[in-house]
Design a protein around this ligand. Structure first.
Ligand code: SF4
Length: 427
């Protein structure tokens, strides 16, 4: 995939010309087509009953974790075979049968394969990569808790995920011991939160919080909910995508007791939106949980505007509001997934104005080392002048907007009455 060059992003300033056309990105014919997915149960599990297949614990117990198992499902390339062999001691291989059923057994560029199967490129480390790219460990006053922003904290409640994404930012933590935050740690976390009254928002993440059993998750939510200054609870999860069977009536009934509770779901490609995923999101939305999506921009997976547009439009249809597109972090062994920032900006250029505003997420770079999210977008300001600003719209048409002129009121001395004396104040 060829990233857009930075030079594509510059454009000439045209002063105050109105409604003139700017061609920022040459229109290139694009393949306006993405694969539709149907879950096809691979022969390996053909004898499995529907009841088992739809049981999230069965899915977890039968995750594919070895080269031999993976070979029974897809035709592995030499790069994938070597990648799996070298994944031991790094980020583990684990794929649910459900997610594996979405893989194209022949095409190694299948977006589901690219996300879940290690490739040999993972062993190539770039000098810019970091073990802890977001500096979470240095912002962790208590094990399992990250406090980087003034009014909100991140709680790493488990290191388990249904599928380990090959580009994971927290690859230093996830999938290593398959263990959750300990009870002792959680007591410390609660103590910290009770004494930090500015914290009003707690995001439960990990790993994937929805891999905890309902009882354990409810214990955490209920104990957080009674802290008076905590207004909002959030869960960051990929389970509705990689393990949609996890979204059960029992889970939703439990979650809805702890409103306001928002759920951010990690989606990557339109191929992930299957009937099972639609059902899972519908149940969560019916339970009153606002749903948002988080998407990592990945080379060769979703770095084309037509793919991202299809994704955000499909998400709105299942009541998931596109929330963030993340520039891929500088995690170890992930350089082959990274695009240029210009590619991300070009994607935003093709979304804003070209589709429903609700479908347009914010594109961010999570600042390396822990500076937080920095939003990026195409530059819509053509020029700034005295009292006016020249802007261009999504079509490249240019418009002039006059800044406010402030009228000052002075008292007319002789008449003793107020008189308006216009005075232009330049912006
Ligand atoms: S679900 Fe999230 S935490 Fe788990 S491996 Fe994927 S990116 Fe990492």
């Amino acid at each position: 995939m060829e990233p857009a060059s930075d030079s594509n992003l510059s454009f000439p300033l045209r002063g105050t010309e109105r409604a003139s056309q700017l061609v920022l990105f040459p229109v290139q014919p694009q393949q306006e087509k993405t694969e539709e997915t149907k879950e096809v149960i691979p022969p390996l599990w053909r004898g499995v009953s529907g009841r088992e297949w739809n049981d999230w614990r069965w899915q977890l117990r039968h995750r594919i974790t070895t080269l031999e198992q993976m070979k029974e499902i897809i035709e592995l390339t030499p790069e994938e075979t070597e990648g799996i062999k070298h994944s031991k001691g790094r980020l583990a291989l684990a794929v649910t049968p459900y997610f594996a059923s979405l893989m194209d057994p022949i095409n190694p560029n299948c977006p589901i394969r690219r996300q879940a199967i290690p490739r040999i490129e993972e062993v190539h480390l770039s000098k810019n990569e970091m073990v802890d790219p977001l500096g979470e460990d240095k912002h962790s006053p208590v094990p399992g808790l990250v406090h980087r922003y003034p009014d909100r904290v991140l709680l790493l409640v488990t290191d388990q995920c249904a599928v380990y994404c090959r580009y994971c930012t927290r690859r230093r933590l996830v999938g290593s011991n398959e263990r959750s935050i300990t009870q002792g740690n959680f007591e410390e976390v609660l103590k910290y939160l009770k004494s930090h009254r500015k914290v009003r928002d707690v995001l439960l993440s990990g790993g994937d919080p929805l891999l905890l059993e309902n009882e354990r998750l409810e214990e955490m939510l209920s104990r957080l909910r009674v802290i008076p200054h905590i207004e909002l609870l959030r869960i960051g999860t990929r389970a509705p995508v990689t393990l949609p069977q996890r979204i059960t009536g029992g889970l939703v009934r439990m979650l809805k007791k702890y409103h306001p509770l928002m759920i951010s779901i990690h989606f990557t490609h339109p191929k992930e939106i299957t009937d099972q995923v639609k059902r899972a999101c519908s149940e969560l939305a019916d339970g009153g949980m606002p749903l948002g999506s988080q998407t990592v921009l990945l080379k060769g997976v979703n770095d084309k505007p037509y793919i991202m547009k299809k994704l955000v439009q499909e998400l709105l249809k299942i009541r998931v509001r596109p929330y963030y597109i993340y520039q891929c972090d500088l995690a170890m062994g992930t350089e082959h997934f990274r695009t240029s920032v210009a590619t991300g900006i070009q994607i935003m250029e093709k979304l804003r104005g070209h589709t429903t505003g609700y479908a347009v997420p914010t594109y961010v770079v999570d600042a390396p080392g822990g500076g937080g999210k920095i939003p990026l977008q195409p530059d819509y300001v053509v020029s700034r002048g005295r009292g006016k600003i020249v802007l261009r719209n999504y079509e490249g048409k240019v418009f002039e907007y006059s800044e406010p002129n402030i009228i000052e009121f002075k008292k007319a001395r002789s008449a003793g009455e107020e008189k308006a004396v216009p005075k232009k104040v330049r912006a």
